[in-house]
Design a protein around this ligand. Structure first.
Ligand SMILES: *Cc1c(COP(=O)(O)O)cnc(C)c1O
Length: 390
C-alpha cells in the first residue's frame, strides 16, 4: 500500500511497512488466517477449496499446514494428507466419510478405546452396524464381511494389549470384497511401518504422539495414496469444519525434524527396559511386538522396521491389583498419565479384562511409555518400586 494520509484507526490496521523480499531462514513461516485475500473477483471465483495449489479460506489450510501435510504424506509413502484437531477427530473423520445409515463397519476388539466408543455412538444414534472382531483373525475376516460392510478398521499393534495383526491378509480379503481399509498407524509413527505397501487404503495418525514429541499438542492426520478416497475425506473434513491452529502446526513441524532420532532412541531404550523386565520373576509376559510373548510377533518381524517406546507387561498372577497399583504409585521417574510419545516416561495400569470381549491372562496389565531418560535410571526406578510391592 502506498503511503497515504490515513486516519489513526485506519493506519492501525493497515501497516505501511513493506517487508523487503528475500528473507530466508529454516523454520516454516506461521501463516495464520481465517480470511484469505484474492487479488480480484475473477481470481476469487476461479478458486476451489479442493485444490491445494492455491488458498481459499483458513479452514482449508495455509502454507504452514500444507507444508506439514506434505511432510506427513511423504513419511508413509502417501500422496495426500488432511489434518484434524486431534487423533480422535481423524478417526471420526474417516468413519463419517465412509459410513452411511445402514452401513456396517468392522473394528478390531483391541482398537484405541475411543474409536470403539465412537462406534457405539454410530450404532445407537446413526443407524449403523458396528461389530468388533478378533484382531488375530487374519483372512478369516472375510467370513464377517457383509454386503453392507463399507469400512474395515485395523490397528497395528492394538492399543494397550499390543497384538500385531496380519495386515496383508486383512487387506487382501477386504480388497477382494470392495471394503475400504483404514489403519490407525500411530504406534509406528509411519516410520516403522509403510502401510500402503501392505494394501492399506487410509493411514491415520495421532500427531499428538511422536510427531509432536512434546506432550503439548493435540492433532491428527489422515493420509491416502488414492485421489478419489482423499476427495471424499476432504469433503467430510470441510462439512465438519475441522480446522487446526497454525501455532500447533508449527510445533508439529518443529517436532517432526527430530522424530526419527527420537523414535530410534525410544525404541532402543524400550527394548533395554523390556529385556530387564522379561528376566524378572514379577513379570509373566512382556507384550512388546519384538518379544515372542506378544501375539503377532511374527507379523511384526515381517512387516515392521522398528518399534518405538510403548509396550505393556503382565505381572505374575500372584500380585494383586492393590500390589501393582502400589508399584505404579511408587515409581518416581515414571509419571501416571494418558497419551505417550513425549520425552517423559509414563506408566498406566489397565483393567484389560473389562476392555476386551475375551481375555485369558490372569495377571494385571501395566503399560509403559519409555521416554528419553537414561535407561539405567529408569530400570533402577522400576526396581525400587517393585521392591515396595511385597
Ligand atoms: C492417542 C491415540 C489416538 C488419539 O489421539 P488424540 O490426539 O489423543 O485424540 C488414536 N489412536 C491411538 C492408537 C492413540 O494412541
Amino acid at each position: 500500500m502506498s503511503k497515504k494520509n490515513y486516519s489513526t484507526s485506519t493506519s492501525l490496521v493497515h501497516p505501511s511497512y513493506q517487508a523487503p523480499q528475500g528473507f530466508a531462514a529454516f523454520p516454516t513461516a506461521i501463516h495464520h488466517a481465517s480470511t484469505v485475500l484474492f487479488k480480484d473477483v475473477d481470481t476469487m471465483r476461479a478458486r476451489s477449496w479442493h485444490n491445494k495449489s492455491a488458498y481459499t479460506y483458513g479452514l482449508h489450510g495455509t502454507p504452514t499446514s500444507f507444508t506439514l501435510e506434505g511432510q506427513l504424506a511423504a513419511i508413509e509413502g502417501g500422496e495426500h494428507c488432511v489434518l484434524a484437531p486431534s487423533g480422535l477427530s481423524a478417526i471420526s473423520l474417516v468413519s463419517l466419510t465412509f459410513l452411511n445409515t445402514g452401513d456396517d463397519v468392522l473394528i478390531p476388539d483391541n482398537a484405541y478405546g475411543p474409536n470403539k466408543e465412537f462406534g457405539e455412538w454410530l450404532k445407537s444414534s446413526f443407524g449403523m452396524s458396528v461389530r468388533y472382531y478378533d484382531p488375530m483373525i487374519g483372512a478369516g475376516v472375510g467370513d464377517l464381511i457383509q454386503a453392507n460392510t463399507k469400512l474395515l478398521w485395523t490397528e497395528a499393534p492394538g492399543s494397550v494389549s499390543m497384538e500385531v495383526p496380519d495386515l496383508p491378509a486383512l487387506c487382501a480379503v477386504a480388497k477382494s470384497k470392495g471394503v475400504v481399509v483404514a489403519l490407525d498407524n500411530t504406534w509406528s509413527a509411519g516410520l516403522a511401518l509403510k502401510p500402503f505397501e501392505l494394501g492399506v487404503d487410509i493411514s491415520m495418525q495421532a500427531l499428538t504422539k511422536y510427531q509432536s514429541g512434546g506432550s503439548d499438542v493435540l492433532m491428527g492426520a489422515v493420509i491416502t495414496r488414492d485421489g478419489e478416497l482423499n476427495k471424499r475425506i476432504l469433503t467430510t473434513h470441510m462439512r465438519l469444519g475441522l480446522g487446526v491452529g497454525m501455532d500447533d502446526v508449527y510445533l508439529v513441524l518443529r517436532g517432526l525434524q527430530t522424530m526419527k532420532l527420537r523414535f530410534d532412541a525410544h525404541d532402543q531404550a524400550a527394548r533395554k527396559v523390556a529385556t530387564w523386565l522379561k528376566a524378572r520373576p514379577e513379570i509373566a509376559k512382556v507384550l512388546h511386538p519384538a518379544w515372542e510373548d506378544c501375539p503377532g510377533h511374527e507379523f511384526w518381524k515381517r512387516d515392521f522396521s522398528g518399534a518405538g517406546g510403548l509396550f505393556s507387561v503382565i505381572f505374575d498372577p500372584q500380585f494383586s491389583e492393590e500390589q501393582t497399583d502400589r508399584f505404579v504409585n511408587n515409581l518416581e521417574l515414571f509419571k501416571i498419565g494418558f497419551s505417550w510419545g513425549g520425552t517423559h516416561s509414563l506408566c498406566v495400569p489397565y483393567r484389560i479384562e473389562k476392555m476386551r470381549q475375551q481375555w485369558n491372562d490372569q495377571g494385571i496389565l501395566v503399560r509403559f511409555n519409555i521416554g528419553l531418560e537414561d535407561t539405567e535410571d529408569l530400570i533402577a526406578d522400576i526396581e525400587q518400586a517393585m521392591a515396595k510391592m511385597v
